[in-house]
Each structure stands twice: as C-alpha cells, then as structure tokens.
Write a protein that binds this ligand. Structure first.
Ligand SMILES: C[S@@+](CC[C@H](N)C(=O)[O-])C[C@H]1O[C@@H](n2cnc3c(N)ncnc32)[C@H](O)[C@@H]1O
Length: 319
C-alpha cells in the first residue's frame, strides 16, 4: 500500500491567531493542499460555516477530501487561484454562500510535502522519477517538455531569476546538452547535469545544501508559472474580503515573499517606488497587521525543517 507523505501545516498557530473567525465564518483557502490548515480552521467554526478549498492538484484534492471526510461545510474546487476570480463556479458559490465577502482568505504558497516526496511527481532530486514537476498533472508541459522549448539564454535566465543561481549559464548549457544527447528523462538526470557544473561532494562535505536545489526550485517555478500572476491574485483576493476580513499569505522563499510584501504594502497605500513621495495618493484597501511578517518559532523550525524559510503576512480589509 502506498503511504501518503505527511504534510505538517506551517505556522498553524499563527494562522489561527490572526484569522479572526466568527462561528459561521466564510473562508476561502486558495491552496487547500492536504487540508491541514482547513481542518484546524473548520474546528474553530460551527456547522453554519462555509469553507471553499481551491487546489490545482488532483491528488491534493483527493487527499483533502479523504482527510476531511464528508464535512458538508467544505466545498472543493479544481482551479488555479489565478484563474479563480472570474470562474463561474466560484462566482456562483460565493453568491450563494458568502455574498457579503469572506471573513478569511488563506494562501499557503508553493509545493506540499505530498508533491515533494512523491517520486512519480518529479519534484525532487532525492528520489528518481520522471521529470514532470507539474502541480496540475492534467495540463501544461512537463518539466522536460518545458526544457526542450528553451534556448541556452532563456533557460539560464529562468535558473538565475527563479533560483538565484550564479552558475546559471553553464548549468543551462549542461542541461540542454544532456537533453540533446537523450540523457534527460528523470530527476536524477537533471541533478547529474547540475553536478557536472557544481560537483556534489564538496558541498556535502561543507554541509551546504545540494547544488541541484536552486535549479530544481527555478524549473519548478517556471513550469508552474508560480510567480507570474501572484500579485494580481492577491489583489483580487483582497477585493473579496468583507470589511474587517483578513488575508493571510505564507511564502517559502525570498522571491515569493518579496511579491507578497510589495503587493500588500501597495494595497495598504504604502509607496515603495523610487524617490521620497508617492506620485499620487494611493488607494488604501488593506491595513497591515504584522508589517514585518511572522516567522516560525524555533520550536516549529526544529520540529518541521521545511517550515524554516516560511513567512506569514497578514492584512485586514478596511471598511
Ligand atoms: C503548501 S501546500 C498547502 C498545504 C495546506 N495548507 C495544508 O495544510 O495541507 C500548497 C498547495 O497549493 C497548491 N497550489 C500551488 N499553486 C497553486 C495555484 N496557483 N492554484 C491552486 N493551487 C495551487 C499546490 O498544489 C499545493 O497542494
């Protein structure tokens, strides 16, 4: 029997403390995953509450439904959150169940442990699997198909931009060489191409992270378009909160966090552009609750190492 990797919800207590819920709360979860946050949030509500959980990964939706059983308060929607806002199913659900807007919206960004630890999904260099990396396994190019469409320059740019990898150019050339020679089908093949540029052993001896980490992150972000429409999605989400409702966003790396931070600050009317003064008065729709964001406690980081890089940002909809 296949064992399902456990995904421990990150910053759970902080999410519960910061999303202020009435008993019959209306909650929108943009990244339902395995339903860890959903389970804890629903436990705080009464039977009149309504919870809309969105995920683009069919396996995640299946596992979340298994976890939450036949809880009638939960509706699960197959959708990418970028595409949610004019989706007829979303609009119909909202009109019926949350016409006044949401009390809480949660976005716990990135990949789940289920995705990372399932070799057949191809997200990780730790186990050999097909080079796939799609969150939505039903559409879009796989990682190897995406790589096949790149040039040395475009691949290097993606690895540099999304992985902050300084050796992006030689790595891109090594990956495309492996592809041309028919040696790029699995996660191990991709990792081996990276190791031809940055050997693995010295990094291991020095206790550094695996040299393939940044390249895998970059290709995963590119294949799933993870940062492309994040800012627009957060802005749309803020528009669906009721006055006093709260938006909580958990990010896992600096690129993601920068987008979240800048978007929430802009919606809070804070000018971050060049020069000292804003060109015009910025409209304010949100108030920042923890302007610097919240990081996991030392205890959480020790108990759940993937949480170490997480940051939670919370903002409240103004009247
Ligand atoms: C970190 S996990 C969420 C874990 C969840 N909070 C829990 O406690 O189980 C992120 C989830 O978001 C989903 N996801 C990532 N980007 C998405 C997008 N653009 N639209 C919809 N779902 C997305 C992934 O498929 C994954 O299941």
């Amino acid at each position: 029997m296949m064992t399902i990797p456990v995904h421990v919800p990150v910053l759970l207590q902080e999410v519960l403390d910061n999303l202020v819920l009435p008993p019959a709360a209306r909650i929108l979860d943009l990244t339902l995953g395995l339903g860890g946050h959903a389970e804890a949030l629903l436990a705080r509500c009464d039977k009149e509450a309504r919870y809309l959980g969105v995920d683009r990964d069919p396996e995640a939706r299946y596992q979340a439904r298994r976890r939450l059983g036949d809880d009638a308060r939960l509706e699960i929607l197959a959708c990418a959150y970028e595409d949610l806002w004019d989706d007829a199913r979303f609009l119909a659900w909202k009109a019926e169940s949350a016409p006044g807007g949401f009390d809480a919206i949660l976005a716990d960004l990135g990949v789940s442990t289920l995705q990372l630890r399932s070799p057949e999904r191809g997200f990780s260099f730790r186990d050999e699997g097909p080079l796939d990396m799609r969150m939505d396994t039903t559409s879009g190019p796989t990682a190897v198909e995406w790589i096949a469409e790149q040039t040395d320059e475009s691949l290097a740019d993606a690895i540099y931009q999304y992985g902050e990898e300084r050796a992006s150019r030689p790595i891109a050339r090594a990956i495309l060489r492996a592809h041309r020679e028919g040696r790029l089908a699995t996660t191990k093949d991709l990792a081996e191409a990276v190791y031809t540029v940055i050997p693995r052993e010295p990094a291991k001896r020095k206790g550094h992270s695996d040299p393939a980490t940044r390249t895998f992150q970059a290709i995963r972000i590119a294949v799933n378009g993870e940062l492309d429409r994040l800012a627009a999605a957060l802005e749309a989400a803020a528009g669906h909160l009721r006055p006093g409702g709260r938006l909580a966003v958990i990010s896992f790396h600096s690129l993601e966090d920068r987008i979240v931070k800048q978007t929430l600050r802009r919606l809070a009317g804070i000018y971050d552009g060049p020069g000292r003064t804003a060109p015009a008065v910025l409209p304010k729709t949100l108030k920042l609750i923890h302007p610097g964001g919240l990081a996991p406690s030392e205890a959480e980081a020790a108990a759940n190492p993937p949480s170490r890089s997480a940051r939670l940002r919370v903002a409240e909809r103004l009247p």
